[in-house]
Structures are given as C-alpha cells and as structure tokens.
Design a binder for this molecule. Structure first.
Ligand code: FAD
Length: 360
C-alpha cells in the first residue's frame, strides 16, 4: 500500500511517543506557541505512567535538583544536569499542581497524587493537550524517520508526515505491553547514532536460597541490601525488601541491581539486612529487562547535546526520557528525568524554530 502524505506543509515538531516524556514535551511546546502533534503506538496515552508505583504514580521527589543529581550519580548526573537545573523536581510538582493535581508528600519526600491514582496525572496531560488543541494520533506506531531537506519524513504504517523537528520519546524496553519496545533505539541506530546495549536497571533478583523461600509473601520495610564481592561492600541501599516465590525485590534490591547494571562487577552477591538480621544471598540472577522498572542503555549520552537533547549527528532530531541511556534510582527519579529532558528538548526545538504555530 502506498502511504499517503498526511500533510503538505511541515509540522513544526512531531513528538513520537505519548508517554511521560512525549506528553510533557508536547505540553511545553504548545505553551510556547510551537505547533506540534503526538504520535502514539497504543490506543491510549500514558500506558506506563498508569502502572507506576502500583498505579499510584510517584511522579517526583521533594528534593533539590542538586540532591537528585547526587543520588543519580555519574555517568548520568553530568549529562542530565542542564535538564534538571532547568526543570527541577519543584518545577515538575508545580506544573502538575498548577493544572489541578492535589499532591501527597510521603515522609521521605516522594510525591504522589493525593488520590493515589496515576490516571489523574495522565488525565492532566490529556486535558491540557486538548485545551491547546494538540493532535494525538493514537494506534499509530511510527515505523521510521528519514532526514530530508527542511526536516524529516516520519513514516507510520498508513501515512507519512513531514516535520521540521522530531522528538523521539519512545521509552525503554521494559514492560513492552505498554508500547515501549525499543523502536526509538532502532531509529537512532538506523540514522548512525551510537546506542548502548539495553539491560535491566531497577529489577528483582531470582535466587535458589531456602532461607528466602521460608519468607515468601512477606516484606520488610526497614531493610537494606548491599552488593558485595570478595568480602567487600561495593554498594549499599536502604529501603524495602520483598520476598517473592522466585527471589527478592523491593526498593533496596532494585537500587542494588541498578548499581550492578552500571558498574558490571564480574562477581557479586547480595547481603540483606532485615528484621531477622544479616543474610548473604549467593549467586542471585537479575530478572530480564522486560520486568525492569527502568532500562539502562539506549541512545548514548555522548551523541546528544545535554543543553538541547539534540543529536550531534542529526540536527533537528531530539531525544528525551528512557530512550536515552539515562536512569535514576527508585523514588520518582525516572519520571522526573523523563519530564526534565522532555522540557529541555521542547524548549530547544521552540527556540530553534522561533514562533511557528501552524500545525499544518
Ligand atoms: C512497573 C513500573 C513502575 C514504575 N514506577 C515509577 C515511579 O513510581 N516513579 C518513577 O519516577 N518512575 C517509575 N517507573 C519508570 C517510569 O515509568 C519510566 O521511566 C517513564 O515512564 C519513562 O518515560 P518515557 O516517556 O521515556 O517512556 P514511556 O513512558 O515508556 O513512554 C513511551 C511511549 O512511546 C510509545 N511508543 C513506543 N514506540 C513507539 C512508536 N514506534 N511509535 C509511536 N509511539 C511509540 C509507547 O507506546 C509509550 O507510550 C516505573 C516503571 C515501571 C515499569
């Protein structure tokens, strides 16, 4: 089937992906008078956001950008510094509050909708984009991006679209049923950008350990986990530990697996510190990326200008959110990173194009 051109004039900004990053970017662009549209694979926007924090959506943390950067650590912190400085956690919270979200703060600073319904956050984006008349093309997987003179041709299965600038916000590889299946990483590779291998970031571990099996179905809220190798502690995280039928999960374990995925120690074990004392879990195995909260790997930071989220190789092509090789610990960091990088990309696109309101 020949694919029809949807427009004969270029759309100023085409946002690929209607998740956290794509929606925040579209809203930012629309507020600056930049014509844009959102193209989303799934029938509805924000599928992954709806799953966050068991449907409660821990959308950011009430800490400074500086504190968040320390917690995120290198190599990611240096890259996301301009994004988080321009859009700190307080700005994320203010944006959602300004649009009517009632917010609940936990003792550790994590912020949730007061209703504990992630759908309230997704609705805020949907309503705001409706109010700005931003078209949302759902059920519409993008299949390729081709640079042309004066922009890009964005192809879907049924039509093509001409855009001056493109923002790829297609997410990581985890929970593919939410629509994030690695397409953005493929587009980047096809255009010659470097892409780091994708792997699980915050994920549970499987372990054959009778002591763990004895606690299946329980959790210890005030616990800690440490990555140890040859008797040395490489990393330690405090937080919940949950005992599951095949192994362990919970915030403390997740943050340890993030460390393992980045530092890639050759050998490692996990030491748990729970209400029952210390216990060394030998030879645990990370669960697959499809079960992870975040993907590590993706479009390489080196190839992206951290001040604009624009590709250094393909001018006019921006990236934001988990499609990039960026990640943070549990506790609202990853949504904050998606929002902040998206805002920076949209502001940069708007500045590059000037006021360009027509969405042809
Ligand atoms: C179970 C779970 C719980 C989590 N809880 C939290 C939490 O409480 N707090 C927190 O900060 N983070 C949390 N995260 C992480 C957070 O949800 C992600 O980091 C964040 O959603 C990333 O935003 P994104 O916009 O980059 O990607 P996504 O939200 O995954 O959005 C990408 C969108 O792009 C669309 N797309 C993909 N390919 C195409 C294509 N070819 N064409 C068109 N559209 C396409 C997808 O359908 C999807 O809608 C959680 C993740 C999971 C899996």
């Amino acid at each position: 089937m020949k694919r029809q051109a949807l427009t004969h004039r270029p759309v100023p900004l085409a946002v690929i992906g209607g998740g956290a990053a794509g929606l925040f970017a579209a809203l930012t662009a629309a507020e600056r008078g930049l014509g844009c549209l959102v193209i989303e694979r799934k029938a509805r926007i924000g599928s992954k956001m709806l799953m966050t924090a068991n449907g409660r959506c821990n959308f950011t943390k009430d800490i400074s950008a500086e504190r968040m950067l320390v917690d995120i650590g290198e190599p990611v912190a240096g890259f996301v510094r301009p994004a988080l400085t321009a859009c700190p956690p307080s700005a994320v919270a203010a944006e959602l509050k300004r649009r009517g979200l009632r917010v609940k703060r936990m003792a550790d600073g994590r912020l949730f909708p007061a209703s504990e319904r992630a759908a309230d956050v997704v609705h805020i984006f949907g309503d705001a984009l409706r109010d700005h008349s931003v078209p949302l093309l759902t059920n519409c997987p993008v299949t390729g991006i081709q640079p042309v003179k004066n922009g890009f041709i964005v192809a879907t299965r049924s039509f093509t679209l001409w855009a001056r600038r493109v923002l790829v916000a297609t997410g990581g590889l985890s929970f593919p049923k939410t629509g994030s299946m690695g397409d953005g990483q493929r587009f980047a590779e096809e255009l010659g950008l470097a892409v780091e291998p994708c792997r699980a970031g915050l994920v549970g571990c499987d372990a054959d350990d009778p002591a763990l099996r004895a606690r299946v179905g329980t959790r210890c809220e005030r616990a800690a986990a440490a990555v140890v190798a040859d008797g040395h502690e490489l990393f330690r995280a405090e937080g919940e530990v949950e005992f599951e039928s095949t192994g362990i999960s919970g915030a403390a374990v997740y943050n340890c697996t993030r460390f393992i995925a980045r530092a890639r120690p050759v050998r490692w074990d996990l030491e748990l510190e729970t209400d029952e004392g210390r216990h060394l879990v030998r030879h645990p195995r990370l669960r697959p990326v499809k079960e992870a909260i975040v993907t590590i790997g993706g479009v390489a930071m080196d190839g992206i200008d951290p001040a604009t989220m624009e590709s250094r190789l393909v001018p006019g092509l921006h990236f934001a959110g988990e499609v990039l090789d960026i990640d943070g610990p549990t506790g609202g960091y990853n949504l904050t990173l998606a929002f902040a990088t998206a805002r920076l990309a949209a502001v940069a696109a708007a500045e590059a194009l000037g006021r360009f309101p027509a969405c042809a």
